[in-house]
Every structure is written in structure tokens, then in C-alpha cells.
Design a protein around this ligand. Structure first.
Ligand SMILES: CC(=O)N[C@H]1[C@@H](OP(=O)(O)OP(=O)(O)OC[C@H]2O[C@@H](n3ccc(=O)[nH]c3=O)[C@H](O)[C@@H]2O)O[C@H](CO)[C@@H](O)[C@@H]1O
Ligand SMILES: C=C(OP(=O)(O)O)C(=O)O
Length: 424
């Protein structure tokens, strides 16, 4: 199992290129299921999750190809394919559930393994099921699989007004994709407004879908009979960008994040500014400079849906808070169990107390390197950031979590001057 060895204490300087977003590329790969024409994606990140999604699509009978240097991928989903997602693939990547909506909309059936929980929470998919049922699908859960079908004699899903009980990102994406081929109008109330949802909607519009209101909490979709192929560029990964912002803020130095979108990171950038870092949009990216975490002020925040502070940035910002001055309260409101990094940060010397969904960080810690264990994707990133500021060597074990969602993280950090290597 690969590990990362980080020798801390170096400032980060230079330029890093931000990749396409995992959370946009994965639904967009599934959107290719909505048409038999070729779909081309550009700027697909090189990630384990992308390879898993490709295997899932290959397994169904989709013809997939990669090409070019710029993360080019193309997909052709023929009329005859097997609309199934087996447990073996779904268990390693929850986003496999994004195949459900498109398969049901185009083929009238789908059998998808239930994703189950993961290290950050129980993560049910009841809202995806409820929404598709409102559109006329029959869905039963048997032997760990969601078996979805249209009623006998019905060719297409039917448009419906759907209000999800909570804001769900992949739920919104699944229902949005399903609604593009449904009969009549679908209105998604309480829709997620994340930039990845908007990027998916723009791709679907390029395929011929009729969608309005994406980027707001009410999305209206007029179903069409068929969609066609398209070429679409995957939006930049705001979480990868936010992770590098926190790394530079904590380690000190100056960096330019090429392709990063400041307008997708308002909540994180506001907190970095309040902490005392200098961050600004510049040309095709974001520039940051920081005197180092120990000179910054720890920041309280609570995670909420977009445009609030992203839960996917909570762990990385906490690593910065640990060395910054003062005390900060961090409230996690999206997932019930997303503080798994806290005990590992404590092994490096962090002072953090957890009370339910709130972690109180007493800043000013002097971290010293140790062996730590990554428990989920963003927890891994927070441990890497902590390693960059700890004295001595930090060995981050189980980095397969990191590889799920970061494109060449250690190479990018090395490009900024970090002392970090992968040990196989
Ligand atoms: C591939 C992808 O895009 N993953 C992102 C997506 O995950 P994902 O789409 O799985 O997260 P959701 O937005 O659905 O989850 C939000 C909350 O709603 C709950 N819920 C959700 C659906 C449902 O049917 N029932 C239910 O109870 C979840 O357990 C969670 O507590 O959004 C999360 C929240 O921004 C991010 O952390 C993930 O990185
Ligand atoms: C939780 C995340 O991803 P996923 O939904 O794919 O588990 C994440 O990207 O931080």
C-alpha cells in the first residue's frame, strides 16, 4: 500500500495547475449514458475514481477512450448495453449511483448496487429513489441492489415537481439527468447550487437538454425525446484549489493556482483573508501569499451547502487552524462523522476537542512528524498539509483515499518546493 513521506518546514513557492473537478467529471461521465452519440470530455482529472467510473461504464458496454494530453475522454453508449452497476465497483465509489438516473431515463431500467455508508457518514440515497419514484419509476431494493423499472407499457419517465427533504448534490444531479429525457416538465425544488451541478447542466444543455435555473435552488427541465453528443470541458476543481490554498497558507510562501476559480471559493477565500493571508483572483487563476500558519489567526466556520463553506474543505482548513493563533470552533453540519482526521492530527501535536458536531481547535501548536493514517479523502489531504508544517518526517499511510480524488498531489506539491515522496 502506497504511503507519502513528507519532510516539513519548507515554504511553498511557484505555480500549480488545478485539474478538472472530480465531482463534475463523475456525473458528466454518466451523462454520456443519455445518448448513443459520441460525448467528448476535456480536462478530465487523472484520478482513481475516474478510472473506477470508466470501468463501470465499460462493464455496461459503453465504448470509452482516452486521448490527448489535456485529459480528453470520449464515450459512446450504444442502444444495447447492460444497465447494471455491480457491488464490486460501487463499494469503492459511491458516485456510481449517478448511473441510476440516466440509465432509467434512456433504457427504462437500471440495477444499481446500494452504495452503503462510508467513513464520513451513513449517506443514504433515499432522496434519489423518492425523486425517481415521483417521476413514475418502480424501484425496489433487493439483495443490496436498487432495481428500477418503468411500469409496463410506459416508455419514458414523467416530469414531476420534486422537493427533496434536504439539499443533495448527487441527488440533484441524478434527477436532473433523468428529467432531461422525461415526458413533460420537471421542477427540482431545494436543488443543490454547487458549481459542479451547474457545470453538468451546461453540458446537458450542449447535448440538447432544456434546462433553466441551474445554479439556483429551483431547476426547471422540459424533457426532450432524445439528446445528442457534445464536447464539454470539465470545470476546475474548487476543492483541489482550496486544498492548495490551505497548504500555502499553512506552510507560508507564494503561489499561483492556474485555472482555479476564485468565484467558486468565496467562503474559503473569505476565511483565508480573515486569517491574514493575501488571496486574490488574477488572470486565469488565484494568487496567494502567506507568512505561514503560525502568523495567521485561527478561523471559526460551519460547513453548509454551496455557497457556504464546503464540507470537503473542513479537514484541510482545520490543519491550518491547528498552527494558527487563537481558538476556533469548526461545526460540521453536512456529515455526521467527518472528524476522523482529528485524532490523527492530535498524533502530530494538534489540540482539538470534539463535542458532537463541533470541534474546538486551540491554535498555536508546534507539530512534530509522526506516522498517521488517512481515513478518507479530505482527511488525507489535511494530514499532508499538517506534514508540510510539522518538524521532521510525517508518514501518511493509506493514501489510496487521496488517490481517489487528487490528481498527482505529491508531484504538484514538489513543484512548489515541498519535500514529499511516494513510498510504494
Ligand atoms: C461525488 C460528489 O459529488 N460528492 C460530493 C457530494 O456527495 P453526495 O451527493 O453524496 O452528498 P449529498 O449532498 O447527497 O449529502 C448531503 C447530506 O444529505 C444526506 N442525504 C443525501 C441524499 C439522500 O438521498 N439522503 C440523505 O440523507 C447525506 O447523508 C448528507 O448528510 O456532495 C457532498 C456534500 O457537498 C460532498 O461532500 C461530496 O464530495
Ligand atoms: C466526500 C467526497 O467524495 P465522495 O462523495 O466521492 O465520497 C469528497 O470529494 O470529499
Amino acid at each position: 500500500m502506497d504511503k507519502l513521506l513528507v519532510r516539513g518546514g519548507r515554504a511553498l513557492r511557484g505555480e500549480v495547475v488545478i485539474s478538472g473537478a472530480k465531482n463534475a467529471a463523475l456525473p458528466e461521465m454518466c451523462a454520456a449514458l443519455l445518448t448513443d452519440e459520441p460525448v467528448h470530455l476535456i480536462n478530465v482529472p487523472r484520478l482513481h475514481d475516474v478510472r473506477t467510473m470508466r470501468r463501470l461504464l465499460d462493464n455496461m458496454g459503453v465504448k470509452t477512450e482516452t486521448h490527448g494530453e489535456r485529459g480528453g475522454m470520449s464515450f459512446v453508449a450504444p442502444d444495447a448495453l447492460s444497465p447494471e452497476a455491480p457491488y464490486e465497483l460501487v463499494k469503492t465509489m459511491r458516485a456510481s449511483v449517478l448511473a441510476l438516473g440516466p440509465l432509467l431515463a434512456r433504457f427504462g431500467e437500471a440495477t444499481i448496487s446500494l452504495p452503503g455508508g462510508c467513513a464520513i457518514g451513513s449517506r443514504p440515497v433515499d432522496q434519489h429513489i423518492k425523486g425517481l419514484q415521483a417521476m413514475g419509476a418502480h424501484i425496489v431494493v433487493e439483495h443490496g441492489y436498487m432495481i428500477a423499472k418503468l411500469p409496463a407499457g410506459q416508455q419514458r419517465l414523467r416530469g414531476a415537481r420534486i422537493t427533496t427533504d434536504m439539499i443533495t448534490v448527487t441527488g440533484t444531479e441524478n434527477l436532473l439527468m433523468a428529467a432531461t429525457l422525461a415526458e413533460g416538465e420537471t421542477v427540482l425544488e431545494n436543488a443543490a447550487q454547487e458549481p459542479e451541478v451547474t457545470d453538468l447542466a451546461e453540458m446537458l444543455i450542449a447535448m440538447g437538454a432544456r434546462i433553466e435555473g441551474h445554479g439556483t435552488s429551483r431547476i426547471r427541465i422540459q424533457g426532450v425525446e432524445r439528446l445528442h453528443g457534445c464536447t464539454h470541458q470539465v470545470v476546475a476543481d474548487r476543492i483541489e484549489a482550496g486544498t492548495f490554498l490551505c497548504a500555502v497558507a499553512a506552510a507560508g510562501g507564494e503561489a499561483f493556482l492556474r485555472h482555479a476559480r476564485a468565484d467558486h471559493l468565496d467562503a474559503v477565500i473569505d476565511k483565508l483573508l480573515e486569517a491574514g493571508a493575501r488571496v486574490a483572483a488574477e488572470g486565469d487563476g488565484i494568487r496567494i501569499s502567506s507568512p505561514g500558519g503560525a502568523e495567521l489567526k485561527a478561523q471559526s466556520f460551519r460547513t453548509t451547502e454551496y455557497p457556504g463553506f464546503p464540507t470537503d474543505m473542513q479537514a484541510q482548513f482545520m490543519a491550518l487552524n491547528v498552527v494558527a493563533q487563537g481558538t476556533a470552533m469548526v461545526a460540521e453540519t453536512i456529515f455526521e462523522n467527518r472528524f476522523m482526521h482529528v485524532n490523527e492530527l492530535a498524533r502530530l501535536g494538534a489540540q482539538i476537542a470534539i463535542d458532537g458536531r463541533v470541534a474546538t481547535v486551540t491554535g498555536g501548536a508546534r507539530l512534530s512528524g509522526a506516522t498517521v493514517m488517512a481515513t478518507d479523502l479530505r482527511a488525507s489531504a489535511s494530514l499532508v498539509i499538517a506534514g508540510l508544517i510539522a518538524s521532521g518526517e510525517t508518514l501518511v499511510d493509506r493514501i489510496y483515499h487521496l488517490d481517489r480524488g487528487y490528481d498527482a498531489m505529491e508531484a504538484k506539491l514538489r513543484g512548489l518546493g515541498a519535500d514529499i515522496e511516494r513510498i510504494q
